[in-house]
Each structure stands twice: as structure tokens, then as C-alpha cells.
Design a protein around this ligand. Structure first.
Ligand SMILES: Cc1ncc(COP(=O)(O)O)c(C=O)c1O
Length: 406
């Protein structure tokens, strides 16, 4: 922060009642650091002089001026995430999609091309194929597990490759080092949405990834009570992303930043528990006759199980399990409705186990052909495994599947 100089104290016993009310003393000056993160619930910051204000806006001194541009509580969350992700810098956003759009708009111009994983979050798919297409940015959606297909999709205008560490909802694991190699050979950036992993499972920067983003709404907050996003990477690559936040205004509120920062302290504990329970549940689901297929990177039959084991922290494959019940769309929806403990709910990664029937919820933007290309079947159900006892979750899913089989 800038050193506050000049006319700091504006109280005067001679002032009228309204002036006294507006200029009543604020926080006391004290020379201590709080244990908890202060919430800087303020839209603006004051300066000791007009020159100090000018210097800050010009970037000659560090500090804050206006909370759309940056806020100390939001910056604390972003810095903490950069630290956990082993990145140089971080920027916080109002949502995962605010983060994603700032990355794309900050790094792309009309005529540029993106190679994107076929199985990405539906909102990212819609942003690329719908919104950005209107502004002259093109995207190819490819099976990122096929590196030849990725190389073939790259054109002279490809600026960016985009994938998810663990894809939503197919749980395909991205070969981060290999994709970084393809991107860098083409002079492009590798951007990874690591929402499903979190830094307590995998840190993509350690595997050559340039820019990492998260929907902080998910595991980083972890309690389904806050919306946010974050982007980490080098300070150089984050500069245009930060600029987009300033211009578009998708800034994280200080109250939400406080909750997100607090969530980080328990992230490794929660991820260990989510992962352990998800492993137990995935193994149980795989044995049930009413299940066509279970997708979970911790299962030996998962196509990228070995890759996941190499990239992820020991024993942690994340807290999401995707299941395809036998019987198509009706069976997928019936399974969701037959659950007693797990609830039909949007979002994921909280304390409570929730389910969503993928084709009618998160990926409703995709038609049948796009769904098939993304590896999603009409029955696919995404289970976000919460912090309940694993045995209770297995019992709940088993009784729900039994109703289908019966
Ligand atoms: C993988 C992934 N990325 C991005 C997003 C978007 O995040 P938000 O809802 O915080 O905008 C989501 C939301 O579900 C997601 O699952």
C-alpha cells in the first residue's frame, strides 16, 4: 500500500452534525498483523495526495484504488492460490466463467484459433463456440487423448490449447506435459482448467502448463456458498488477463474472497477425504449390474489411470465419479431421483454429495452429436462425492441402482 501522507484526519469539533457523521473516525492505526484475513469491504481507497493517486494509477507505486481493479482481500486469495499452484502470479475473479472469459479475451484476437478438448465444461464450450465465434475467434474441439489429432488440429493461427486436468464430466485426464509440448512447438499457450483437481491433487504449472484457472466456486471454497474464479501463471501472461478484468468488471467481491481464502486452509484435508470416498464409491458402482460404465481416474480400468497416478498426488484422484446407468436417459434421471442422501443439485465439490444428470443439466447446450463427441451418453450422471461417510454413500447409490435393476 502507499504510505498515507497528508490530510488523513478530517475530524473537527467545529463541524456540523452531518459532516461529523460522514467523517467519524475509521479503523485505528495499530502495528499488528491479524491472524484472520481482513475483509476490505470497500469500493474505493483514499490517498494522501493527488500525486499519490496519480502515481498508483500509473503503476509507479503499488496499492489499490478501486475494487473493480483490485482489492486486498481478493488479491490475498489470488496470491495464496498462486503459492499453492507454484505459479508466479494470480488474479481473482467473480466466477469461473469470468476467469475463463478474461483468459480468452485477454489472449485472443479476431482471426485466432483455439484447440479445445472435446469434453470440456459446457459453459466453456458455449463461450468458445457461441460467443467468441461472433467475434471472429474459431475453435476446434478434439479428443485431447489423441495427440496426433491435437497436432493435426493446430493451424498457423492457433494461439491457445485448452483442456481440463480432469474433464467435466467424462473425467478424462489430460496429458499435461505432452500437451505443453504440442502447444509450445506451435508457439501457442497451454491453458488448463484445473477445477476438478485443485492444487491438492495436481499442480499443472509443475508439468509445463502456462496458465491455470479454476472455478473457485468448487473445491477451493468447498462449501457451496460462494462463487468465484482464479487464474494463475507468469506475471507476463497474467497482465492481459488482469486488464480484461478491469475492462469487463468480473472482479471478486471481498466477502467472497474471504470465504475462498479460508477454504484453502482445509483444501488438502477435504481433497484427501473426497478422493478416498470417491474411490470406494467408484469401486462399488463398477460391480453393480445396473451400471454400464463408471468413470473414475482411480480405477485401474480408467484409460488414463497410469497417467493420473504419475501426475496426481499419491492416492488422490479427485472427488467426482461419473456413472452411466444401463437404460438410457430415463434410467439416468430415475437413478438421480431414487437417491435418498445424495441430492439433485447444480454445481459440485461441496460438503454434501450431489448428483446431476449431465445431458439435461450442465451439458444441455450440446446437441446429441456434440454430446457423443464429448463422450457423454444419454444416461450419464455426475456424482460429486461429499464429506459424508463413504459406507452411507455406497448404500444410497446401491439402493437407487437396485430400483433400476428391479
Ligand atoms: C470445470 C469447470 N470450469 C468452469 C466452470 C465455471 O465456473 P463458475 O460456475 O464458477 O463460473 C465450471 C462450473 O461448473 C466447471 O465445472
Amino acid at each position: 500500500m502507499t504510505g498515507m501522507t497528508g490530510r488523513e484526519d478530517r475530524t473537527d469539533p467545529g463541524h456540523g452534525e452531518s459532516t461529523r457523521a460522514v467523517h467519524a473516525p475509521g479503523v485505528r492505526e495499530f502495528d499488528q498483523k491479524p491472524m484472520g484475513l481482513p475483509v476490505y469491504r470497500t469500493a474505493s481507497f483514499r490517498f494522501g495526495s493527488a500525486q499519490e493517486y496519480a502515481d498508483l494509477l500509473a503503476g509507479r507505486v503499488a496499492g489499490f484504488s478501486y475494487s473493480r481493479i483490485d482489492n486486498p482481500t481478493a488479491a490475498a486469495f489470488a496470491d495464496a492460490m498462486a503459492y499453492l499452484e507454484r505459479a508466479e502470479a494470480g488474479e481473482a475473479f467473480a466466477s469461473g466463467m469470468a476467469a475463463a472469459s478474461a483468459v480468452l479475451l485477454g489472449h485472443l484476437s479476431a482471426g485466432d484459433h483455439v484447440v479445445c478438448a472435446a469434453g470440456v465444461y459446457g459453459g466453456t464450450w458455449a463461450l468458445l463456440s457461441g460467443v467468441l465465434a461472433r467475434f471472429g475467434v474459431t475453435a476446434s474441439f478434439v479428443d485431447m487423448t489423441d495427440l496426433d489429432a491435437v497436432r493435426a488440429a493446430v493451424t498457423g493461427r492457433t494461439r491457445l490449447l485448452w483442456a481440463e486436468t480432469i474433464a467435466n464430466p467424462t473425467l478424462v485426464v489430460a496429458d499435461l506435459p505432452a500437451l505443453a509440448g504440442v502447444a509450445h512447438a506451435a508457439g501457442a499457450l497451454l491453458v488448463i482448467d484445473s477445477t476438478f483437481a485443485s492444487p491438492a491433487v495436481c499442480r499443472p504449472v509443475e508439468h509445463g502448463v502456462d496458465v491455470v484457472l479454476h472455478s473457485a466456486t468448487k473445491y477451493l471454497g468447498g462449501h457451496s456458498d460462494v462463487t468465484g474464479g482464479v487464474v494463475v501463471g507468469s506475471a507476463e501472461l497474467l497482465a492481459p488477463v488482469r486488464h480484461m478484468r478491469t475492462e469487463l468488471g468480473g472482479s471478486l467481491s471481498p466477502d467472497d474472497a474471504f470465504l475462498l481464502h479460508r477454504g484453502l486452509a482445509t483444501l488438502p484435508l477435504r481433497m484427501a477425504r473426497h478422493s478416498a470416498s470417491a474411490q470406494v464409491l467408484a469401486e462399488a458402482l463398477a460391480k453393480h449390474p445396473a451400471v454400464e460404465r463408471v468413470h473414475y481416474p482411480g480405477l485401474p480400468q480408467h484409460p488414463q489411470h497410469e497417467l493420473a497416478t504419475a501426475l496426481f498426488d499419491a492416492g488422490r484422484y479427485g472427488g467426482i465419479v461419473t456413472v452411466d446407468p444401463v437404460g438410457g436417459r430415463a434410467a439416468g434421471m430415475a437413478f438421480c431421483d431414487a437417491l435418498r442422501l445424495a441430492q439433485n443439485a447444480s454445481s459440485l465439490a461441496g460438503t454434501h454429495t450431489i448428483v446431476s444428470h449431465v445431458p439435461s443439466s450442465t451439458h444441455r447446450q450440446l446437441d446429441d452429436a456434440a454430446l457423443a463427441q464429448a463422450g457423454i451418453t444419454p444416461s450419464t450422471v455426475r456424482i460429486s462425492v461429499g464429506l459424508e461417510d463413504a459406507d452411507d454413500l455406497v448404500a444410497d447409490c446401491t439402493q437407487a441402482l437396485d430400483t433400476l435393476a428391479g
